[in-house]
Design a protein around this ligand. Sequence first.
Ligand SMILES: Cc1cc2nc3c(=O)[nH]c(=O)nc-3n(C[C@H](O)[C@H](O)[C@H](O)COP(=O)(O)OP(=O)(O)OC[C@H]3O[C@@H](n4cnc5c(N)ncnc54)[C@H](O)[C@@H]3O)c2cc1C
Length: 488
Amino acid sequence: MHKVGIIGSGIAGLAAAIRLQLKGCETFVFESNTYPGGKLSEFTINGYRFDAGPSLFTMPDYVDELFLLADKNPKEYFEYTKLDEICRYFWQDGTKISLPAEKIALMNTINQNFGIEWKNVEKYLIESDRNYQILGSLFVDKSLHKLNTWVSKEAFKGYSNLLNLGLFKTLNQKNSNYFKNPKLVQLFNRYATYNGSDPYQTPASMSIIPHLEYNIGAFFPKNGMNGITNALYKLACETGVKFKFDEPVLEIITQNQKATGLRTKNKILPFDSIVSNMDISPTYRKLLPKAKAPEKILKQERSGSGLIFYWGVKKKFPQLGLHNIFFSDDYKAEFQAQFQEKNITNDPTIYLNITSKLKADDAPADCENWFILINAPANENQNWEEITARTRKNIIKKLSKILNENIEELIEAEELLDPQLIEIKTSSGQGALYGTSSNSPFAAFFRHPNFSKQFQNLYFVGGSVHPGGGIPLALSSAKIMANQFFQT
Ligand SMILES: Cc1cc2nc3c(=O)[nH]c(=O)nc-3n(C[C@H](O)[C@H](O)[C@H](O)COP(=O)(O)OP(=O)(O)OC[C@H]3O[C@@H](n4cnc5c(N)ncnc54)[C@H](O)[C@@H]3O)c2cc1C
């Protein structure tokens, strides 16, 4: 039996393990932490449950597909519902809107708030769908490092639409041309943050992201985001994958340009193939120190990170929903601070997620579990203590004003995650949430392939390699890798 050693049980490591086990391999997963899921995990403090990382679930088919592959009914493992409301948006001039998922209601809401601009929104979403069909099939579901991708039907469709795809202007330029109202520009610029990028740099092709939320939908797992990890971990165990927790891998052993085994904290073990779900940068720097590292790839700008405040709040706020955004007054300054100054402005946009709105047992009665994410630069050893204290003060002031409550007095449980801690907890290079940034039109071509060109039988999955970060893409990386397995 072909024995595979997998480094890491993040969402991509779990998916890789399931796929390879189902291909007939004997699969072993080694995880540094004492739990599976990596960034997609959970914790509880004083009766408040929090999903530690991701809060927005799109493209659930990528999860379902793994159960179907194992001939199981996904619903018996993992249930989720489509959200009726996409997000609530708040501006500091008092404007508030709640965007419903249903198309006619959505256009009516846009009409009520932004008048005739609803027609532009409708056109934008149609274009977003069309471009996703072209780019998604090429950049999300296939290897960019195999010739057959570039001579496929999908590729030729892409070449003939190159100018329409918006590779050569920024997302902000496209949105500013599309919408007259600056609030709509800001709202659609925000989608750059879905892969940790800057709307003033990322190409307009990123306007495919709203397609996922508005045309396909946003979803909520019945057991919270961590329900995805639990369901995949259960499936992996049932298919026969073996896990070793609290067992960091210290070295990938190679011989004659071939990966032959792993050295973990406790043992040296031979394997026929190795799959690394560790961020690509530390995989080379720490586990393959003698290998020739692909410097150009490893030096790509990291995606944005996050400063996350988990607050147990002893009051209910009916004016808030599951997903809420409190925009900054100067969006450009915010990204300038994040990507150029490597700092956080004093008026950052606040993302507030409250799972107890849909899953009541996530907070005690009459209370809410607030997950607050502020876009932050990747870790470059900034003074996080100072940035955190200042940002906490600024966001409490802003939320207190908009919600007309003294928020500080309502916080009865608190936890924090900053870029440095993200790096420590999951070995993500510089604590980036999504691997490398998409701030250049060529970013996709500078992500590491899902296989090694240097060592036979060495593969890579996860948010730092092709096709990129976020749950759906990390799951897709495992699919692309498994399709290449036994072929390279
Ligand atoms: C705060 C936050 C918010 C986010 N929001 C969203 C969102 O709303 N929607 C979305 O789709 N995505 C979101 N993301 C991004 C998403 O979480 C990631 O893209 C995805 O989970 C990455 O999965 P992964 O398998 O690549 O890596 P990880 O989750 O980083 O897993 C890697 C695993 O490998 C283990 N490991 C590393 N090195 C070793 C070693 N040497 N030996 C053994 N084990 C090792 C780590 O401990 C970890 O468990 C968010 C991320 C964060 C942190």
